[in-house]
Design a protein around this ligand. Sequence first.
Ligand SMILES: [Zn+2]
Length: 437
Amino acid sequence: MNQIIQHAENLWTKGAGAEGTHPWRALGTFEKIRDGVWFASSFANLTLIDGGTELLVVDPGAKNNEERKFKQILDAFPDTPVSTIVYTHGHHDHCFGADRYKAHAKENKLIEPIIIGHRALNYRFDRYAKTTGYNEVINARQFLGGAAKISWEAEYVRPDLYVDNYKKIRVGNIEASITHSRGETDDSVWLHIPEYEALCTGDLFIWTTPNAGNPQKVQRYCGEWAAALEEMQTKSASVLLPGHGPPIIGKDRVEEALDSTRRYLESLETQTLQLMNLGASLDEVLAKVRPPEELSKKNFLRPVYDEPEFIVRNIWRLYGGWYDGQASNLKPPREESIAHEIVDLVTGGTKTLVERARTLSESGQWRLACKLADWAHHAAPGNTDIKLFRGQLYQARADQETSTMTIGIYNSVAREMGIEMKDQPTFSAQEKKANET
Ligand SMILES: [Zn+2]
């Protein structure tokens, strides 16, 4: 059995506990999954569909692995040209490397591959150029816990051909359909290759709680995501090639993965809308909405990257707006002035807040503990003892958390407070931690 299939089998049957906390283990290999279907396993995956006389590449790669993947394909298929490249969406770990295939075709006088993507990719790439600094900051937080700077690309190779809603393509001897569905992004497409009973989902399936919440990024589309999964279910595919994590192999497993993820998203959206329609505040919605318990236990829906609480916030933002229903939050006071007010009101001031925060953290009441520590810090930002306490508090809280996004943000605060931690990507640290326990 090849490595990718072995990893897929272990992850499905034993769960991420046996495989590390994070299911996105990058094997770095390029292997045949079944006749006509190849897969390069990395942080974000590449799928190759063999059309006999031509090849289709789905998601050529990221800056740090595009060349390796290109060479792996060339080694395995020295005489078959890549004629088509599809971007499932415009996230930077999926859509680099297409220029490498074009250059190779030119050098060898082959027909240049055509790049296909959804029309909204253009708006994304324009947005990235406008928000380079912001993306450097938030991605350093999300993936590195603020340990180092991340440089953000402002230039992208744009598609030659745009898909609006649906398009059928032919690659050599096989046909594939490309369908647009908003979900993780507004520019996402997924592919169905009937001949090989295969689905390339992009990030509409990623082996974790769907990335429909992401606190630092633009709007996601929970309900439309669920509808896309429902449409995929009608294809009765027997292999699912996801954007992250290993393939899912077998009709029953593919159906279970799609159906459970669809129901998970539908449930969060239905519950949130019911409360919104009754006039509930965001505070109340966050306190009441939970994913169904039987689905939360699935190996492929664990909150190791995003979290259901963040998805609920995004549903609120999509259907409501930014106002949370608390009138004092419509035009709130500065954080610093609240902090001074609280410190002046409390006997013992910042000292009392810190002591209480410590007690609360000891009984696992992290939400309250961190709020009090924030106030103590904002009232006395130059106080090094408070900074140290606040930093250690967030570091300890990060240790209790499960998702890359939360751990990254809390560790960033710890670093801002001067706490020294080993530099490593958040998700590698998550996996390492699981292997030690
Ligand atoms: Zn991705």
